[in-house]
Design a protein around this ligand. Structure first.
Ligand SMILES: Nc1ncnc2c1ncn2[C@@H]1O[C@H](COP(=O)(O)OP(=O)(O)O)[C@@H](O)[C@H]1O
Ligand SMILES: [Mg+2]
Length: 266
């Protein structure tokens, strides 16, 4: 619970997201409620894990929290202010993503330096020399050699690419980092390395993480609190320790049992 408070940095208020699905050749179009009313507080300094089966709405929620997609209804507040009232650039500087696949999220034609400094270029107002200094500082913190500056994604390993994605997420000095399965595409041997790095960065920069994962062993290792999603709803939310020790909800119990990460008292 290092540095975590109950002070909410982001408040999610009854978010709904409906997708219209075409009904095929003769069928009527139908609606899919990917999010059916999600409310959640993200507390300053915490790691809040969001778990749930594939298709339960985790990525949809993360895209909405990042402002990449609008909710059908509901509201997100950042420091008590509706996100819709915050200028796009200002918001992006404070809330940054790390996605699952660092290969598809990094433009293959850009160098490491260009990739990492991009959020600052978009935000504007930071001189090139200052940008380079910050890129160098982040490479150092992420334990990547300086010669990486001019490398392209194709010349790097999966773990190195994910470090570049993390550096890019941090360069604008955000408060919140939304990680959607950030280690799922990596070799098992580098997963722990990247996770440890994320935890170090949290301490160093005072970050708050929303951490989406289907890997409950990872969640147990890093989360302060865990929210369990099922069919677009949060069905359980608790301190990680308590949830893993004795899940209240039947769905959570099944999720834990299917992952075989903890022995369950039946
Ligand atoms: N752009 C979209 N158009 C239509 N349906 C979508 C779209 N994005 C997600 N969905 C559907 O919404 C549900 C939730 O998806 P998603 O948020 O990706 O779940 P998760 O990340 O938990 O696997 C799924 O049924 C998925 O098929
Ligand atoms: Mg997903």
């Amino acid at each position: 619970m290092t540095g975590s408070t109950t002070d909410p940095v982001m408040e999610i208020r009854d978010i709904r997201r409906t997708y219209q699905l075409s009904g095929g050749l003769f069928g009527k179009p139908r609606n899919l409620d990917a999010l059916a009313g999600v409310s959640l507080d993200l507390r300053r300094g915490e790691v809040l894990a969001l778990v749930g089966e594939s298709g339960s709405g985790k990525s949809t929620l993360s895209r909405i929290l990042l402002g990449l997609e609008a909710p059908t209804s509901g509201e997100v507040l950042l420091d008590g202010k509706p996100v819709s009232s915050i200028a796009r650039r200002k918001f992006a500087a404070r809330v940054q993503p790390v996605f699952q696949d660092p290969y598809s999220s990094l433009n293959p034609r850009k160098t490491v330096r260009q990739l990492i400094e991009m959020p600052l270029v978009i935000a504007g107002g930071v001189r090139a020399s200052e940008r380079l200094a910050r890129v160098r500082e982040l490479l150092d913190i992420l334990r990547m050699p300086e010669r990486m500056l001019d490398a392209y994604p194709s010349q790097m390993s999966g773990g190195q690419r994910q470090r570049v994605a993390i550096a890019r997420a941090l360069i604008s000095r955000p408060e919140i980092v939304i990680c959607d399965e950030p280690t799922s595409a990596l070799d098992v041997s580098v997963q722990a390395e990247v996770l440890n790095l994320l935890m170090e960065l949290r301490a160093e920069f005072g970050l708050t993480y929303l951490f989406i994962s289907h890997d409950l062993a990872v969640v147990e290792y890093i989360a302060d609190r865990v929210a369990v999603m099922q069919e677009g709803r949060i069905v359980e939310l608790d301190e990680a320790e308590r949830l893993f020790a004795g899940p209240a909800h039947d769905y959570t119990r099944r999720l834990l049992a299917s992952a075989l990460t903890v022995p369950l008292a039946t």
